[in-house]
Design a protein around this ligand. Structure first.
Ligand SMILES: Cc1cc2nc3c(=O)[nH]c(=O)nc-3n(C[C@H](O)[C@H](O)[C@H](O)COP(=O)(O)OP(=O)(O)OC[C@H]3O[C@@H](n4cnc5c(N)ncnc54)[C@H](O)[C@@H]3O)c2cc1C
Length: 311
């Protein structure tokens, strides 16, 4: 199919883009990487009367570290995160482990992280990392600029608290402290499919005990999920014992327990053609446990390297 006819504008400033989106006479869509929008337009599931192309706005094409946050502008492509060194500290490691799961290289070279937040697909890796890390979404519209915490931003499949006339200018993510380990594991049917389930996890350790756990679940409900109950079950756990299997596996292995809690209390998975609800719950339980082990190993390796440096 071909897209329905539409008008097309290429603003050079954020102000001009907001003005174009604010014209309520025509239904408008922003185009960033176009990797979701173009397909939807070809299928005529989305029929904008005006397409606002933001690709010529230099101020949106910036990724900067500000204080203890990473600010990712609306034109930063997925591929920008493929090197762990692109972003400092454990956040860079987490983003680089997640990004290779997003589609394939041509899509990653055009699609944007902010576009994923705008599109709000429940299987988006970035959106689950966003809720797990308490990201902030920056928007600007005819009534001015505002910020929304990721936890309040996602409302359902492709539904967010963004108003149609608002442009997302950036997403901010916290840089993670040095005593934080990260993990990301995804399960999908074929290399190019969206995730059946994926898990992002961070573990922050102080004096050998887990002081904070963050767990984001991909495609485990109608929106990205932060597994709060599973996270709470991990606070105060001795990281060394968990990592070496010092807890009895079936009964009190804390990572396996967190997996079960995440699957049955935090997630609300929806059945899909190759994965019914029970299958997804099992996948979530296993993947959460494995991702936590990966995060624990990451934290322990970092800790050992730091101790070695100071000898
Ligand atoms: C074959 C294939 C496989 C894929 N696999 C995955 C995958 O595994 N995981 C995954 O997460 N994604 C996947 N995607 C989607 C891809 O990551 C997209 O790049 C992403 O969802 C949207 O980013 P974009 O910049 O291309 O947005 P666009 O396609 O340009 O826009 C998407 C939507 O967001 C809106 N929008 C974009 N930017 C803004 C903004 N700044 N302000 C307001 N609205 C905005 C648009 O108006 C549109 O409604 C896949 C896509 C394809 C085609």
């Amino acid at each position: 199919m071909k897209p329905a006819a539409f008008d097309y504008v290429v603003p050079r400033t954020v102000g001009d883009a907001v003005e174009a989106l604010g014209d309520t006479r025509r239904k408008a869509q922003v185009i960033a990487g176009g990797q979701s929008l173009i397909l939807e337009m070809h299928l005529q599931r989305i029929r904008p009367e005006l397409v606002v192309d933001i690709n010529r706005i230099p101020e949106l094409d910036r990724m900067i570290v500000e204080a203890d946050e990473l600010r990712v502008g609306a034109l930063i492509r997925h591929a920008a995160f493929e090197s762990a060194d692109a972003v400092p500290g454990p956040l860079g490691t987490l983003l680089s482990r997640a990004v290779v799961n997003i589609a394939h290289p041509p899509i990653r070279s055009r699609g944007t992280m902010v576009g994923s937040f705008a599109w709000a697909h429940p299987a988006s890796e970035w959106c689950a990392i966003g809720v797990a890390l308490d990201a902030t979404v920056e928007l600007i519209g005819p009534d001015g600029a505002r910020e929304i915490p990721a936890g309040d931003y996602f409302q359902g499949p492709h539904r967010t608290s963004r108003q149609p006339q608002e442009l997302i200018t950036a997403v901010r993510l916290p840089l993670l402290g040095g005593n934080t380990g990260v993990g990301f594991i995804e399960q999908r049917r074929t290399h190019f499919c969206f995730a059946q389930v994926a898990v992002a996890a961070t573990l922050t350790v102080n004096d050998g005990l887990i002081s904070e756990a963050r767990i984001g679940l991909v495609n485990s409900a109608d929106r990205p999920v932060r597994a709060h109950a599973a996270e709470r079950s991990l606070t105060g756990i001795e990281i060394g014992r968990a990592q070496t299997g010092g807890y009895r596996l079936t009964d009190d292995d804390p990572f396996a327990r967190a997996g079960r809690i995440a699957a049955h209390e935090d997630a609300a998975p929806l059945a899909e053609p190759y994965a019914d609800v029970e299958y997804k719950q099992q996948a979530i339980a296993v993947l959460v446990a494995r991702t936590l082990r990966e995060a624990a190993a990451d934290q322990q390796a970092h800790d050992a390297a730091q101790r070695g440096d100071h000898r």
